[in-house]
Ligand binder design. Sequence first.
Ligand SMILES: Nc1ncnc2c1ncn2[C@@H]1O[C@H](COP(=O)(O)OP(=O)(O)OP(=O)(O)O)[C@@H](O)[C@H]1O
Ligand SMILES: Nc1ncnc2c1ncn2[C@@H]1O[C@H](COP(=O)(O)OP(=O)(O)OP(=O)(O)O)[C@@H](O)[C@H]1O
Ligand SMILES: [Mg+2]
Ligand SMILES: [Mg+2]
Lengths: 223, 223
Amino acid sequence: LLRLASASRTFQMGEVAVVALRNVTLDIYEGEFLVMVGPSGSGKTTLLNLVGGMDQPTEGSVWYRDIDLATLSTRALTRYRRETIGFVFQFYNLIPNLTARENITVATEISQDPLDPDEALRLVGLEPRRDHFPAQLSGGEQQRVSIARAVAKNPELLLCDEPTGALDFSTGKQLLWLLLQMKNRLGKTIIVITHNVAIGEVADRVVRLRSGEIAETHVNEKP
Amino acid sequence: LLRLASASRTFQMGEVAVVALRNVTLDIYEGEFLVMVGPSGSGKTTLLNLVGGMDQPTEGSVWYRDIDLATLSTRALTRYRRETIGFVFQFYNLIPNLTARENITVATEISQDPLDPDEALRLVGLEPRRDHFPAQLSGGEQQRVSIARAVAKNPELLLCDEPTGALDFSTGKQLLWLLLQMKNRLGKTIIVITHNVAIGEVADRVVRLRSGEIAETHVNEKP
Ligand SMILES: Nc1ncnc2c1ncn2[C@@H]1O[C@H](COP(=O)(O)OP(=O)(O)OP(=O)(O)O)[C@@H](O)[C@H]1O
Ligand SMILES: Nc1ncnc2c1ncn2[C@@H]1O[C@H](COP(=O)(O)OP(=O)(O)OP(=O)(O)O)[C@@H](O)[C@H]1O
Ligand SMILES: [Mg+2]
Ligand SMILES: [Mg+2]
């Protein structure tokens, strides 16, 4: 479904260059549940941003099916990000002056076959809070609204950057169940960055990053 | 050192009232390492904000030694927050247009006996990134700068809201070591909200919240 081909991403800041990703080649299969792990600063968010069309490699290329994302017009890339991808951001990125429910409706306006916003909130246990603003929600509640927003778009690809970081064990387990439903019942392809070992155990594959490179890949025979 | 006496905190939003904390009574002892756990939305951040003078209870009171925080002038409460408390926020709250190092220097300007900012950054493994802005740092790197900022103030009380949420296992362990140094060598009182089981195991006490109340307290005999 997706392929990174020798993708590198360097951040140039004045005289300093930070190599966030170095020569990464990775195939992502349709319908798989892929987990990405690695130390802080190892390049996980950067890699996910390349897959989601949020950023471009400084070398190499990122392919969605037979399309090199770098060849897309701004308009087509925007459509890729809005319709094909559901992104759960490491910093949630909720719109502060919209309610929980409104944050979902603006994301799903353009979707082909979205979930009902209230249903999406119900899936993360937050339907009673739908009229509250992000500032009125706890850290874990904001994270769950961010998850509901991505899931409600009903995208082909669900990209989740530490989706259970602010969640306790049992709320995190509920989310894991939700992601597995997305994969098993709706056939979605799911990529999750996480430190949560339980998520790694149910994945099809675990890719470990270290200093901007893929250090190892582990296939779960019976996830 | 600190005491919450029947403290309650209700958030009134139009017609809706959310009871974040209900009748919480808790003593916090000088030099202890206290961990707070509980589900998303159970009131942990709200409780920590009361202890840190960032918020006031709607009922009951919060005492620092023999002072009811509600009786302090704005000026004295500000001094309490700036000098007595080091706060690691759940959302980091770094100043976006200051570098990592500058974020620490502005916090320590008023401190009696602060750490050198570069030393604080070294303690969290980020001295090479001191001239970079928050937007140029990964999630875990921003969290570590937030920790360095709180520690550098050399406060009496270190309040940490999910300090390892964005950190992988080994970086989280390094932070845990740092917190234990703060307690054992510098005699600081430490309160940590976390889902990280390893931190709970080295604490003196673990307080579990549920729906705004203290559900149980567990004393670690040999942490
Ligand atoms: N400013 C606010 N306005 C309205 N409600 C709030 C506000 N802050 C918190 N709440 C509500 O109070 C309750 C407790 O919130 P709190 O942030 O203390 O939870 P928490 O235990 O820290 O959760 P998490 O683990 O998700 O961070 C939640 O239901 C939350 O939505
Ligand atoms: N916008 C940026 N400008 C400069 N450097 C950046 C930028 N974004 C990331 N970096 C750097 O690139 C490297 C990889 O960052 P990335 O965010 O991908 O790490 P990560 O694996 O997601 O880390 P974490 O687990 O802490 O979230 C880090 O050294 C980071 O500081
Ligand atoms: Mg990241
Ligand atoms: Mg919280």
